[in-house]
Structure formats: C-alpha cells, structure tokens
Design a protein around this ligand. Structure first.
Ligand code: PMP
Length: 389
C-alpha cells in the first residue's frame, strides 16, 4: 500500500534550522524558528515553570487518566485569564494539544456543525493555518492581509473577505502579534469586522498565541474579551509562548455558544472529537499552568518574567527602527508587535544573507526579532544595506 505515498514536501523552516546548525561561523544569527530567545540566544525554561515543575514532581500522586476535557482547574484558570472573568455558562472549553491541537479541535467542530464550512484566512499567515484546513477537509478562502513592500495591512481586502462570508463560515483572526507580519488590526477595524460576521452568521476563530508579548498581558487579551461577547466564537489560547511550554503541548479551546444548552452539546461533541485525537489530554503542562495561576507568588514571578521578555522584544524593535537610516526596509518596525517582521527580500537575497553574512531566516523573509543577540541588530542592518546596493 505504501507505494502510493508521494515524496514528502520538506518543511521550509526545518531546512533553515538545519542550515543554521551546520553553519560553523561563531557569529551566525538565527532568525528562523518562532520561539522567544533571551539575549544569549537561549529559550530558557521560565523560573515560575521550573518552580511549579519541582513541586509537581514532589506532589503528584497518580498518573491515571485525566477527564476527556482535560484538567478542570486548567480549563477554568486559563479560561478566566483569557476572558478576564470566569468562563460563562454558554462557553464550552477543552484542553488541546498546544495551539495547533486547539485549532484542530475548532476546525473539526466547525466541520461537524456545518460540512460546507469555509475558513477565511488572510495571507500571509502562519503556514499551519492552511495545513490544518487541508487536514480537516475544510475549504480555504484566502484574501490578502498584508502588503509586504508597503508594510501595510490591506484593510479593504480584509473587509471584503468578511463581507463575503456565509452563515456557518469561519473567519480567522490572529488575537495579537500577527505571525508573520507583526501588524495587527486596530480596535475599530476589528469591531467593524465582527459586526459584519455577526450580520452574516459567520463565526470568528481567534488564534491567541502571543499574549504578554505585545503591549502587555491585559492589553493583549482585550480583543479576545470582546470576541467572547459575540453570539458564537471559537478561541484558541496556546501556552507555548507565554509560558514557554512549547514542547509540553498545552492549550485551551473555548467555544462560545449561543446558549447554555447549546454549549452543553458543543462540549459533548468536542470531547467526542478529542477522544480519537488524543483520548485524554496530557497532564504535565496544564498542571504547571494551574500552579502558576493559583499560587500568587508564582503568578507574580511569571508575570514579571513575561514582562521582561516583552521589554526585550520592544527594545530590539526600537534598536532596529533607529537603524532604518542604514536599512530603510526596517522603518516602522517599532510600530509592530510580537517577535516577527516580514522583510521584502527575494530568495536570492535571503540566500546571500545566509551565505555572505551567516544570517539565517525563513524563505518567506520572515524574521524572528528575538533571535538577535547584543550587537546583532547593527550587523543585520548593515547586511540588509549591502544587499540593496
Ligand atoms: N498560532 C500561531 C500564529 C503561532 O505562531 C503558533 C506557534 N508557532 C501557534 C498558533 C501554535 O503553536 P503551538 O501549537 O506550538 O502551541
């Protein structure tokens, strides 16, 4: 049977990671994969996570299965953090396997509810959004979100896309810190789009991956809280970035339904879907998050460290903005948020940066700003300036 399986399509970012590892030059710069890095280039375990893990190892008295919905305290705790209030009775919620697993659950649910569902996705986007639609068998309808040359959101195209939704369609929003552009819609754009979706009976699907790394935790979660007031909404909250729990695959999917009775049916369906994906969700990452959220000292410690991470990214954006006299394509970078920026570079230019300057980035021209160590910002700007000559 396996003769029919075609050759795998190599993952572009894994190629970048391999090229970086193989580069012997000590001053090499890794702007590829999207993880937070500190100024030594490491992605360390957060101190609050370490403390919670130590406690967990000492206190855990069973490895028996969790409930189908996952860890109750995690669902309630992260739900309350995300929404700013306890999960309302008309919300169903389930633990998912990282942001990816939560989005998969959301799409499977939407497909079960409406086999004709379409996912409206602005491009460029995180490539897994399209992969997930394909894996779920959901038709993708794309529009242009961003003009990379002009570093400008194509608001007309986004609005037209919302207007083109049908009842039961999904419309994807990046909750904040848009990946890969760093450019987010503003409050009035979003309010306008939500009104159009509401009118059409389409459902917002909000991917919340970078809370705490934009304008600060409360500001970053403001949009999610607005969305939770819509008649129906799907909200994926990943713990990979904000808690640094990447490999622990920790996240929460919230499905806001029109009524409590509807939410009960949605909850049941989500658990049925999850049963054949992971059966019962894993416990470790969720237990760590619970400990951090309920212990006030750990929670404070986590928030301080998250704020330090945010401040570092903010500082790097400022440094790069100041270098836009050297490399004009960096102009406006301090107005964007999160760890990413799209540079308008050709494949040849991206190859030249790796070959001549040991600067490695995704083939799309996306850079992870957090990958810059002390002194690297100037080197990047000079390398970009050398390209344009
Ligand atoms: N959404 C976006 C926009 C992301 O950038 C990421 C992480 N790269 C995720 C979701 C989810 O990541 P994970 O599955 O590792 O939680």
């Amino acid at each position: 049977m396996f003769q029919t399986i075609p050759d795998p399509v190599p993952d572009a970012l894994h190629g970048v990671m391999a090229a970086f590892r193989a580069d012997p030059r000590p001053h090499k710069i890794d702007l590829g994969v999207g993880v937070y890095r500190d100024d030594s280039g490491a992605s360390p375990v957060m101190a609050a996570v370490k403390a919670a893990e130590a406690r967990l190892v000492a206190d855990q008295d069973s490895k028996a299965y969790q409930a189908l919905k996952g860890d109750e305290a995690f669902v309630a705790g992260l739900g309350a953090l995300a929404l700013g209030v306890p999960l309302p009775p008309r919300a169903a919620a389930i633990q998912g396997s990282g942001g990816t697993g939560c989005l998969r659950l959301a799409l499977e649910l939407a497909k079960a509810a409406n086999p004709e569902v379409r996912l409206h996705l602005g491009l460029p986007s995180w490539p897994n959004h399209a992969n997930l639609a394909a894996a779920t068998g959901i038709a993708l309808v794309t529009h242009r979100y961003f003009d990379v040359e002009a570093q400008r959101i194509d608001r007309e195209a986004v609005r037209a896309a919302a207007e083109g939704t049908r009842a039961g369609d999904l419309f994807l929003f990046h909750g904040l810190c848009h990946n890969p552009t760093g450019s987010d819609l503003d409050d009035s754009d979003r309010a306008g789009l939500l009104a159009i979706l509401r009118e059409n009976g389409a459902v917002p699907l909000v991917d919340v991956a970078y809370y705490g790394l934009g304008d600060g935790l409360e500001a970053d979660l403001a949009f999610v809280r607005t969305v939770a007031a819509e008649p129906r909404a799907l909200i994926s909250v990943a713990c990979s970035k904000a808690f640094g729990l990447y490999r622990e695959r920790t996240g929460l999917l919230i499905a806001v339904a029109e009524s409590e009775a509807e939410a009960a049916r949605v909850q049941g369906r989500l658990e049925t879907i999850s049963r054949t994906l992971v059966s019962m969700p894993p416990a470790h990452g969720a237990a760590v998050v619970v400990d951090i959220l309920v212990d006030s000292a750990l929670r404070k410690d986590w928030m301080v460290e998250l704020e330090e991470m945010r401040a570092r990214i903010f500082g790097l954006r400022g440094e790069l903005e100041a270098l836009s006299n050297v490399a004009p394509m960096l102009a406006g970078i301090s107005r964007q948020r999160g760890i990413f920026r799209m540079l308008p570079l050709s494949p040849d230019q991206i190859a030249a940066l790796a070959r001549d300057h040991a600067i490695h980035m995704a083939p799309s021209g996306r850079i992870n700003i957090a990958g810059l160590k002390a002194g690297d910002a100037a080197r990047l700007a000079e390398a970009l300036a050398a390209l344009s000559k």
